[in-house]
Write a protein that binds this ligand. Sequence first.
Ligand SMILES: Nc1ncnc2c1ncn2[C@@H]1O[C@H](COP(=O)(O)OP(=O)(O)OP(=O)(O)O)[C@@H](O)[C@H]1O
Length: 276
Amino acid sequence: MPEPNIAVNNLTFTFPDSTRGLQDISLDLPPGSRTLLIGANGAGKTTLLRLLSGKRMAPSNAINIGGIDPFSTGLEGVTYLGLEWVLNPIVRTDIGVPELLRSVGGNAYPQRRDELIHILDVDLSWHLHAVSDGERRRVQLCMGLLRPWSVLLLDEITVDLDLLSRHNFLDFLKRETESRQCTIVYATHILDNLAAWPTHLVHMSLGKVKKWGGMETFEVPEVEAGGAAGNSRLGQLVLQWLREDLAQRGPRRGQAGEGKTYQSHEGKGGYGLESK
Ligand SMILES: Nc1ncnc2c1ncn2[C@@H]1O[C@H](COP(=O)(O)OP(=O)(O)OP(=O)(O)O)[C@@H](O)[C@H]1O
């Protein structure tokens, strides 16, 4: 793939037997970009990433990656790492790390394999039925990133990583985009220490893209003194977006606004809906 740009052109997609999906999405993410895909639960991030990866069929001409329609042509070089990959049962069996890495072609890329093992701090003597969730995830990331990809689509799979491992991992991805022709889209809810990482942001809500563009096009608010201590300015921006999205979506059926309140667990003795 010569120039791994991601072009989405008026993409509309509806799930079978459902009214949900994506509406009229257009994006143009340049080669070498690192995009954060931001949005509340259910905004449409996974749906978009799966369509970009070619795992779901999009209408023809709506998605173009490096000049190719990923579904019809089957794209070599596009790696999608999402929940279904994370839940692959193989990585819970009594299997050793070297064997696993070999099974995904690790021997073809020895230098890359050794670098990933170092960056993700993987112990080659681990057996995958007897490691922690975060350790397992580090091995999986090694496996998933071994083959040099042109486009990497990450669907929040760093939640188990400790802060340092996540930092090293994201640093590695940044270096990748700076040292060779490749492009990353990363859907995440965890924005801590991430402000300097993205080149682009895409804000999704209710199946649509509300805003997208280079980092320089976003007005990142000042951190409030006191109250916002510890939050990055990017975190503040996203918090503001999600509050607006929630207000726009309105209450869910049966919630406050239709004569009911949801009582919190704390101090009120249990979860329950009570009429006002
Ligand atoms: N197979 C499906 N059939 C019908 N509707 C679906 C299906 N998968 C997802 N949806 C709906 O599509 C919408 C978008 O889902 P999606 O998984 O893309 O959200 P998301 O932004 O990735 O959310 P999260 O942050 O929780 O992972 C949701 O309202 C969801 O209920």
